[in-house]
Design a protein around this ligand. Structure first.
Ligand SMILES: [Cu+2]
Length: 531
């Protein structure tokens, strides 16, 4: 989780040719021609003309025609107008399969469109659905979409447009990016067409942001229809679509005004005592719980873990802990038996900000059986009541299969899967800094003895907790530290009060990390203009 692949805001790839290219006339390019649809520097960066320029530059994702002189420069001092645009070469009369891989880790959904062309969307997250002819496809961090481009327009050059949403929208940075679709025989010129964030693609927008079903100009992820070939695929087969799931979990979230000690140590500057709007940091939580990562890897070390120390809203309520008032930070785990059918009802309460969070499940794909927006905000109580009256829309007839999905702000998304894969699986917001501060939980599938064994001598790890008076590293005793029999530190009791420094040494380490984090954040904030 700590290092999601995030080299570029988004990638677009041409895929390997399948064996049946002659039958469907789909011409595909070799994987060696994979290119990133971003500007790439091909010339050495010019020398900086000001020694203090680094502190003044802004990272400007805004693409403009290359004959326009820009005043802003990229953080690495390469002037944007010097960077060539990525060009995708096509031949008229052929069809091309593209894959969008949204390798993002920030809050910047991207709408992709190609001037004068429709996109035939056919696959998401590796699962085919009935083809949908659309004008634009929105992808969120972690999602993948395949589409077929029919090169049936006049020979020429056309803009491939990437339009940023959320933190990349006109509310903040108006970020957009372009590439060129160039037909064989076309001149080496830039396409016509005005560039700018305001451009709106024609046609239907697939996977539109914060929108429910039933709109004439957009489709939700839940409005796609899976091909029947998956009806017998473990994890997402027809059993997963029985009328009532074996286990139903509500997982709701928002940004909450809490004294999360990472942001607001209560003794120094609590949320309410902090002056100024920008000094108040809201904490995104699932069911009012921040996931505290266990000190060891759960799968290989599972027999050293005391399950009773796992927490969820039920266990905390049984202990009399009210996580709406207190800050709850513990090992948030939902447990389900192997092969049970699980339904997750994800709810974005949407009171704080008009936000959007894409969620990714490890270890098991899921069916998206419902996705609706109820308003600009909604309470979990209201959604539960709607469910009691059977008013949450569920489509159990070939709903699409994905592993990453978004939830409308003020709405819900319902997921179904058959828990066929034993293990501990992370379910997390794909916005990295949300996951890092606990917007995630663990789904434990099956019992410990149903999980695969760790390889012999598989390394174990755990927190190093020096004891009082132990300030020097002991001499190597000669024991094999990687031995599976090594005793791991037990995971700690859930602490509604949050992180409590247990020794001066731990406090020092935490302080150093916080300072490093603050430095990193302030630099990032300066670079991208985040407040
Ligand atoms: Cu998030």
């Amino acid at each position: 989780m700590n290092s999601q692949y995030a080299l570029t805001p988004s990638q677009i790839e041409l895929l390997h040719p399948p064996n049946d290219t002659s039958r469907n006339n789909m011409r595909l390019r070799n994987i060696n021609e994979i290119s990133r649809l971003t500007h790439v520097a091909q010339q050495p960066p010019p020398q900086s003309d000001r020694s203090d320029s680094e502190s003044e530059v802004e990272f400007d994702l805004t693409a403009q025609p290359t004959n326009v002189q820009r005043t802003k420069r990229a953080v690495d001092d390469i002037q944007l107008h010097q960077m060539p645009l990525q060009i995708f070469h096509v031949r008229r009369g052929f069809r091309y399969r593209f894959r969008i891989i949204n390798a993002e880790f920030l809050n910047c959904p991207i709408a992709l469109s190609i001037d004068n062309h429709t996109l035939l969307a056919i696959n998401s997250d590796g699962y085919d659905f009935e083809p949908l002819e659309v004008g634009a496809i929105v992808t969120y961090a972690g999602e993948r979409f395949d589409f077929v481009l029919n090169a049936n327009q006049s020979i020429g050059n056309y803009w491939i447009r990437f339009k940023g949403l959320m933190d990349c929208s006109d509310q903040f940075t108006s970020a957009f990016q372009v590439g060129i679709l160039r037909y064989e025989g076309a001149g080496e010129t830039e396409p016509n067409g005005v560039l700018g964030w305001q451009h709106k693609a024609d046609g239907i927008e697939l996977n539109a942001m914060n929108r429910g079903s039933g709109h004439p100009d957009s489709l939700t992820a839940a409005e796609m229809t899976a091909l029947p070939i998956y009806d017998t695929v473990p994890g997402v087969d027809r059993d997963a679509l029985k009328p009532v799931a074996d286990y139903k979990f509500f997982v709701y979230y928002d940004f909450y005004a809490k004294d999360n000690p990472v942001f607001h140590p209560g003794d120094y500057y609590s949320f309410n005592d902090s002056l100024g709007k920008t000094n108040k940091l809201y904490t995104p939580q699932l069911n009012h719980i921040s996931l505290k990562m266990p000190p060891m890897a759960l799968m290989p070390d599972r027999n050293n873990v005391d399950d009773s120390l796992f927490c969820n809203d039920t266990s905390l309520a049984q202990q009399g802990i009210d996580c709406r008032k207190d800050f709850c930070n513990c090992h948030h785990v939902l447990q389900v038996p192997l092969n049970s059918v699980v339904e997750l009802i994800m709810v974005d309460e949407g009171f704080t900000f008009d936000a959007n969070h894409p969620f990714h499940l490890h270890g098991n794909a899921f069916r998206v059986v419902g996705l609706e927006r109820l308003g600009s905000n909604v309470t979990i109580e209201m959604v539960k009541q709607l469910d009691r009256y059977n008013l949450l829309k569920r489509n159990l007839d070939r709903p699409p299969i994905k592993d990453t999905v978004t939830i409308p702000d003020g709405g819900y998304t319902i997921l179904r899967f058959e828990a066929y894969n034993p293990g501990f699986w992370l379910f997390h917001c794909h916005i990295e800094f949300h996951a890092e501060i606990g917007m995630a939980l663990i789904i434990k599938v099956g019992d410990n003895d149903q999980m695969k064994s760790a390889p012999k001598n598989f390394p174990t790890c755990h927190d190093y907790m020096p004891r009082d008076g132990e300030d020097e590293i002991e001499e190597d005793s000669g024991e094999d530290k990687n031995d599976n029999t090594a005793t791991s530190a037990p995971i700690t009791t859930p602490s509604p009060g949050g992180a409590v420094a247990q020794s001066a040494q731990v406090y020092s380490v935490l302080s150093a990390l916080l300072v490093l984090g603050a430095l990193h954040w302030s630099r990032l904030a300066a670079v991208v203009g985040i407040h």
